[in-house]
Design a protein around this ligand. Structure first.
Ligand code: GLA
Length: 340
């Protein structure tokens, strides 16, 4: 072999060594350990932090490394997939920042041969239809929403409020299917229980966070100064918290507001406050199961070729309030989330 050729091979080897060294430096692991990504749209939410923590538990059990990445928008999502491929990952679990990114995410993942499992929010295609061929693990949205409506009604009866001076503030996010189904389920339960349809008011939020829901709630409150008591419906804890904060701004308190969130883990700070607020409680599903099971299914798919089911719905849910939240979180192994 000529000296020049030998030199080229050496240079090529050196380059690839450098690439893998920098990947190791970036992700801090040995090259032979399997790597799987876990990409979430809103890492600031306790829900997604819990999923990550349980994905790590699955990694410890099966000896793979979970590369946890925040993907708040489309550009970051597509970049994250490039980074995953460069690091040698074999697939990823994702809660997309926008369901419409589904086709672009799948095209990029396929170009690298990466396997994909979606969690929480389902992809939709260019025609706006759900991409049912991509495996999905999510909460049973309509059922859990329905439970929210039932619990709100029950608590209203318990307080013996006059239904004629009570209204429902339903903060919606209809472009997100799971949100639409939860809120519709909740309203269905309220109607079936006998709550007057004409006082169920819907208002869309501009963003799925507390400030967005706060603005939505405020715009509704100014339109209905006649209402004496409010029941607050929303797709998750932050949405309902935003609504509750808006009522407080208008002088409402725990005595004339009942808000029940969904997620549970996003309600811990509120329920831990020394004084009760209008945020009565939250429905706690299973972020632990979502986090563990989604990446466990991905692991078996990559490692053993076991294809995951196209749809896994997690139905278990428990109402947590100031009275029982510590005990219920403990039961799920989430007690460490509560500040002692
Ligand atoms: C959506 C919401 C999250 C959480 C998950 C649970 O992604 O934005 O707050 O409720 O669903 O599936």
């Amino acid at each position: 072999m000529g000296t020049i050729k030998k030199g080229l091979i050496a240079a090529a080897l050196l380059t690839s060594a450098l690439v893998s060294t920098s990947a190791n430096a970036l992700f801090g692991s040995s090259n032979d350990e399997l790597k799987l990504g876990y990409l979430v749209k809103q890492p600031e939410e306790a829900w997604f932090q819990t999923e990550w923590a349980f994905a790590d538990k699955a990694g410890a059990k099966y000896h793979f490394e979970t590369l946890k990445m925040a993907v708040p928008d489309g550009e970051k999502t597509l970049n994250a997939i490039d980074t995953l491929a460069a690091s040698g990952a074999k697939g990823f679990v994702i809660c997309t920042p926008d369901p419409k990114l589904g086709p672009a995410i799948m095209a990029k993942a396929k170009s690298y041969g990466l396997k994909v499992i979606t969690v929480d929010d389902q992809f939709i295609n260019a025609k706006g239809k759900p991409m049912t061929d991509v495996p999905l693990i999510m909460m049973a949205a309509s059922e859990i929403g329905y439970r929210q409506g039932q619990e709100l009604y029950k608590e209203m009866l318990h307080r013996k409020w006059d239904v004629n001076t009570t209204a429902v503030m339903a903060i919606t996010a209809d472009e997100l299917d799971t949100a639409r189904r939860r809120v519709d389920g909740s309203i269905k339960a309220l109607k079936e229980a006998g709550f007057p349809v004409e006082r169920i008011y819907r208002v869309p939020t501009k963003s799925n966070d507390i400030p967005g829901a706060f603005d939505a709630g405020n715009s509704m409150l100014v339109q209905h100064p006649e209402v004496k008591q409010w029941l607050i419906v929303g797709m998750n804890d932050n949405t309902v918290l935003g609504g509750v904060r808006a009522t407080e701004g208008q002088g409402f308190t725990k005595d004339n507001v009942i808000g029940i969130g969904i997620n549970g883990v996003g309600a811990i700070n509120e329920l831990s406050k020394s004084k009760a607020t209008g945020f009565y409680g939250s429905l706690l599903p299973s972020p632990d199961v979502h986090g563990f099971k989604s990446i466990e299914m991905l692991y078996h798919w990559v490692k053993d070729g076991v294809e995951p089911p196209k749809m896994t719905q997690v139905k278990d849910v428990v109402l947590i309030t100031r009275d029982n939240f510590r005990a219920e979180l403990d039961k799920k192994g989430l007690g460490n989330l509560v500040k002692k």
